[in-house]
Design a binder for this molecule. Structure first.
Ligand SMILES: O=C(O)CCC(=O)C(=O)O
Ligand SMILES: [Fe+2]
Length: 326
């Protein structure tokens, strides 16, 4: 059983041949079963683009409180926009999280039929008026989404499915690109307060870039907390609860948290949740006599909503229509 976070080179998978797919699928499958986290290199995302996103994020978070709150998520019924420091509590046994965030979802125009119809998780994004900002975010959203779909080719192959199995379940996803900013310690840190409290992510897979400042910790299956490795030019990925459910617990999501960092810290997180109408049900290869189906089928949107309702029950028992993807 592996306990460390493996580094997986995706180049053979991205080249497209059957042998490369098989090799990478085996590595991904092992990581998803045993650790729930893995780092990827050879991912195909241009480091200049990632650099532009971090620069744009720094620019935005350095703006005045008034400028940021003008784009507040509280004014968006679709989980888009700015989340202030202390607005979220991922671990509800602790004080609120010491971070601020900005959420960007699938970019649909205001006259898109699903937006007009008020479909769950469909809405327009909010944008600061910073030149080049929107373009950088949308380019990164697309690149991370593509990478997430490539990872799913590996997962599908590892699980004995057609490599394209997830493609139609991820072509209009409830994905969120989330910029995060953690203020430095010492600041106003209450006893037990975290940058982000212990949690598992809700979706299928999360793709994380950091600025190299330490803080993220991952809870190994034996309970030991590991500092997440910084992988130069790479991304850290982890399995979320929706993919865990889809695989009937063959893949396992792993709790993680962010300590209040010594220095100011920025991270860029892409949460890939499935399409709202994707039917999340135990995959055929994941159900055996020893492992009967553990969960009834559920629609992607209903699953995400149920997780958000639980997360925010302490804040707004009936109100909050939409998430803050954790
Ligand atoms: O900022 C990080 O390194 C991780 C954040 C995280 O786990 C989350 O937002 O779900
Ligand atoms: Fe997370």
């Amino acid at each position: 059983m592996t306990t460390d976070i493996p580094v997986i080179d995706l180049a053979p998978l991205r080249r497209g041949g059957a042998a490369g797919l098989k090799t990478v699928a085996r590595q991904l499958g092992q990581a998803c079963r045993e650790v729930g986290f893995f780092a990827v290199t050879g991912h195909g995302i241009d480091s200049d683009l990632t650099g532009r996103v971090f620069a744009a994020s720094r620019d935005f978070f350095a703006r005045s409180a008034a400028e940021k709150t003008a784009l507040s998520i509280t004014g968006s019924p679709h989980n888009r926009g700015y989340v202030g420091i202390g607005a979220e509590t991922l671990d509800t046994t602790r004080p609120s999280d010491l971070k601020e965030a900005f959420n960007i979802g699938l970019d649909l125009p205001a006259d898109h039929p699903e937006v007009v119809a008020g479909r769950p998780f469909r809405g327009v994004n909010l944008w600061p008026g910073i030149p080049g900002w929107r373009e950088a975010m949308l380019a990164y959203f697309d690149a991370a989404w593509r990478l997430g779909r490539q990872l799913h080719r590996g997962f599908a192959s590892d699980l004995g499915l057609d490599p394209d199995h997830f493609e139609s379940r991820l072509d209009a996803p409830m994905a969120i690109l989330r910029l995060l900013h953690y203020p430095p310690r010492p600041g106003q840190v209450a006893p037990g307060q975290m940058g982000a409290g212990t949690h598992t992510d809700y979706g299928n897979v999360t793709i994380l870039a950091t600025d190299g400042v330490a803080g993220l910790q991952v809870r190994r299956r034996d309970g030991v907390w590991l500092d997440a490795p910084a992988v130069d030019g790479g991304f850290l990925c982890n399995i979320g609860d929706c993919l865990m459910r889809w695989t009937n617990d063959v893949y396992v999501s792993t709790p993680h948290r962010v300590q209040p960092p010594e220095r100011e810290r920025f991270s860029v997180v892409f949460f890939l949740d499935p399409n709202p109408d994707a039917r999340v049900e135990s995959l055929p290869g994941c159900v055996t006599p020893d492992r009967p189906a553990r969960y009834p089928p559920v629609l992607g949107a209903d699953y995400l909503q149920s997780r958000l309702d639980a997360t925010y029950a302490h804040l707004a028992p009936r109100g909050r229509a939409e998430p803050s993807s954790a």
